[in-house]
Design a protein around this ligand. Sequence first.
Ligand SMILES: N[C@@H](CCC(=O)N[C@@H](CS)C(=O)NCC(=O)O)C(=O)O
Length: 207
Amino acid sequence: MIKLYRHPLSGHSHRVELFLSLIGQDHELVEVDLLKGEQKGDNFLALNPFGKVPVIDDGSNGGPVVWDSNAILVYLARRYAKRTWYPDEPTVSAEIQKWLSVAAGDINNGPATARLVTVFGAGYDPEQAKSIAYGLFDVLELHLTGRAWLADANPTIADVAGYSYIAHAPEGDVSLKPYPAVRAWLARIEALPGFIPMQKTAVVLAA
Ligand SMILES: N[C@@H](CCC(=O)N[C@@H](CS)C(=O)NCC(=O)O)C(=O)O
């Protein structure tokens, strides 16, 4: 069975857990205690030299260890999912890659970083993170107006990669209220069979 090393409040971990659930793939969750620094211990560094969750170990199915949430989505989609989650037509796969890059860029530097400050007290500049988040949401709102999914006519791994930190942006004091098309897209993901939410945190500032 696939082992998923994760932390319950990590959006990067949640996107992988969400995808495993959406495609109905059996897996075992292995908790990594980030607050105690377990991710920087020798055992975990042997899995991911960057010392970050998520990581999957698919060794029991003859597969690899994969770190990086987006790389894991690509692996799982190609190996276990229906083709529609990651079609290989050049135009669609380029569209998907654009949004995976946005997930690793502005989503990470915007809503994810703003939430790191409010929820975990991380020492980043909250105003800079919020400004990146609102800039991103302005673009997303336009992109999702008149479109159901980010990259194709069906949901793809681009939507999965985008979901967790955008849905939890209010925990970082970033409001989703001005963005009805973004909220409708989140609701469409939440209505998919197999959807599982990420645990909410105690610190929730703006709705
Ligand atoms: N690019 C990585 C980022 C993963 C990441 O930032 N993980 C955070 C949790 S959300 C982590 O493990 N942080 C612990 C640390 O940096 O010590 C991915 O997409 O998987």
